[in-house]
Ligand binder design. Structure first.
Ligand code: FAD
Length: 549
């Protein structure tokens, strides 16, 4: 068996190492266009900021190591230029010498990744304008920083830009993030990004939403980023992080099938439309675990696992890839946002039925020092309660909850399973009723009809005539420091004695700060004969949706 692998980082290196473990005899050649293999892309922003001090730490392994330990024929600075599927060979260019040669294969794995998108706007090639994908980009960015950067403009408000923003703030560089959409971190639902926006602003980052770069200009002082709004941002360093495009040139010119967004089409054995050619990682189209629809998810975990699975299939083990659920996490200083499965906006776009709950617990027992608040949003099927997606934002403990929910989604669990989940607890780690259980209780109560809930957006969007009576059951002080417009305040402890102040001919939408007192109020009202529902997630959810209210 002669196996050729194109691309030597996450997917390619995983496929190569796994292949060797499965076959001592196979001839395995790994081609990589760059000088490095298997480097830690995910660590690059932290090397820029100095958090990772030594460059060598980013080299997860070296060509020499892959040669000696795995008996791999590693060829760096080698670009695969084309595939001849009929003759089963590839054409390779040795970038050092310029020499071109052919290499035959029995099986071929494409792990070519995705390239950062560079818009074709005036000035895009000016010195000081970068994208970040590999160590060479990182070296160039660091060089620029070392020349003395006072202002940086990051185009795009995605994961990489946020990570870079943290590192530039740490370096004392004035940082501006420009995002074309009306929110940062677009895979998330907008309200879940509110705490991250607050953190960015709190650290002095300027955030410009709904704007994009139209041109870049060179001046005597450095660069100017010209925005569509007419605003001109001076900077000495500009980095585009506005998304990636699958590197599909080889596949396209070899007439392999690709999807509408350029991802190489594969079956669940990760075989392309040519059964002797497999493809993995950022270059491919994957099946969305929740919707079953084709999608593209450029993440390291899927790429690594796919590399392993492709190797398994090449060497005769019939292993299938389950699909991708987009479990992702990002940090900005002490703020963490994480998600798994479908977002609300994806479900809406696909016109799939769902319900949602928000809970705002602390990450461990509130009485134990250091408890940090988090918001957890869980989306589920309105009849079966099957979990569809989850997002969390906060500090410590966000990662753990999203990982638990990622497993639950993969296992096809429901919100009723969340109620029953037995999770590790001591006061410094969690709560006897973990945030996961709490989300399960709220969602389970909703589906069983024990806990009628209404979404605040639905209440506010209702025509004035049919709008529920808004009842704020928090204390007078809480009410005075901010409330939903038109709400009337009757604290929950006074509610039983003040029922006469409430209308019997209108539905009552009760709310408190996070949902707990609102739930109790709803129970009191229902048993007193009122038609009442609790506003899910309370005032805190309202504030996530309306941060400037
Ligand atoms: P890549 O890792 O991009 O590797 C593809 C390789 O193929 C490249 O080195 C390229 O040079 C080579 N190649 C392409 N075409 C050819 C050719 N014709 N001939 C030879 N070689 C070729 N993901 C996460 O899940 N979490 C994170 O925190 C995270 N952080 C990131 C931070 C940064 C700065 C970046 C850039 C990415 C980050 N990612 C993160 C994404 C993650 O790195 C990718 O999803 C993952 O590396 C994809 O693996 P891959 O093997 O498909 O592609």
């Amino acid at each position: 068996m002669k196996l050729l692998i194109v691309g030597g980082v996450a997917g390619g290196a995983s496929a190569a190492a796994r292949s060797r473990r499965l076959s001592e005899d196979a001839e395995i050649v790994l081609f990589e266009r760059g000088p490095d293999v298997s480097f830690a892309n995910c660590g690059l922003p932290y090397y820029v900021g100095g958090e990772i001090a030594e460059r060598t730490k980013l080299l997860v392994t070296t060509p020499e190591m892959l040669r000696s330990r795995f008996k791999l024929d590693v060829r760096t600075r080698s670009s695969v230029e084309s595939i001849d599927r009929t003759a089963k060979k590839v054409c390779v260019r040795d970038l050092a010498s310029g020499r071109e040669y052919e290499e035959a294969y029995d099986k071929l794995i494409l792990a070519t990744g995705a390239a950062p998108f560079r818009p074709s706007i005036p000035g895009i090639d000016l010195p000081g304008v970068f994208t970040l994908r590999n160590l060479q980009d990182t070296d160039r960015i660091k060089e620029q920083v070392n020349r003395g950067v006072k202002q940086v403009v990051l185009l795009g408000g995605g994961f990489i830009s946020l990570e870079l923003a943290e590192n530039f703030v740490r370096l004392g560089i004035t940082t501006t993030v420009v995002e074309k959409n009306d929110q940062i971190l677009t895979p998330f639902d907008r309200e879940m990004t509110t705490p991250v926006v607050e953190a960015l602003l709190g650290k002095g980052v300027t955030l410009l939403l709904g704007q994009s770069a139209e041109a870049l200009e060179q001046t005597a002082e450095g660069l100017v980023v010209c925005l569509n709004s007419g605003q001109r941002l001076p900077a000495q360093l500009v980095i585009f992080g506005i998304g990636v495009r699958p590197e599909n040139n080889l596949a396209v010119s070899a007439k392999l099938e690709v999807g509408p967004r350029g991802g190489i089409r594969v079956n669940d054995h990760l075989q392309t439309s040519d059964p002797d050619i497999y493809a993995v990682g950022d270059a491919i189209e994957v099946k969305d675990v929740v919707s079953g629809e084709p999608t593209q998810v450029p993440l390291a975990g899927p790429a690594n696992r796919q590399g392993r699975i492709a190797a398994d299939n090449v060497f005769g083990r019939s292993v299938t890839y389950r699909g991708t659920q987009g479990t992702a996490i990002v940090g900005f200083f002490d703020r963490t946002a994480a998600m798994t499965g479908a977002s609300e906006k994806v479900l809406r776009r696909a016109d799939l039925p769902f319900r949602k709950v928000y809970v705002h617990p602390t990450h461990h027992a509130g009485y134990y020092p250091g408890a940090e608040p988090m918001t957890l949003k869980v989306l589920f099927h309105p009849e079966t309660g099957k979990l569809l997606g989850a997002q969390a934002v906060g500090g410590a403990g966000v990662d753990k909850r999203i990982d638990v929910l990622a497993v639950a989604i993969q296992a096809g669990m429901t919100v009723f399973d969340l109620e029953e989940m037995e999770l590790a607890y001591a006061p410094q780690y969690g709560s006897a009723k973990d945030p996961i259980n709490m989300a399960g209780f709220v969602a389970g109560g909703l589906l069983r009809g024990e806990h009628p809930q209404v979404d605040v957006e639905a209440v506010l969007a209702a025509p004035a005539a049919g709008r529920p009576f808004l009842l704020d059951v928090r204390t007078a002080q809480e009410f005075a420091s901010g409330h939903i417009p038109e709400a009337v305040n009757i604290p929950v402890d006074d509610l039983r004695s003040r029922l006469g102040e409430l209308p019997r001919d209108r539905k009552i939408a009760a709310y408190c700060q996070v949902g707990q007192r609102g739930y109790l109020a709803t129970r009191i009202l229902q048993q007193a004969g009122f038609s009442a529902a609790n506003i899910g997630g309370g005032y805190k959810t309202y504030k996530l949706l309306h941060p400037s209210a």
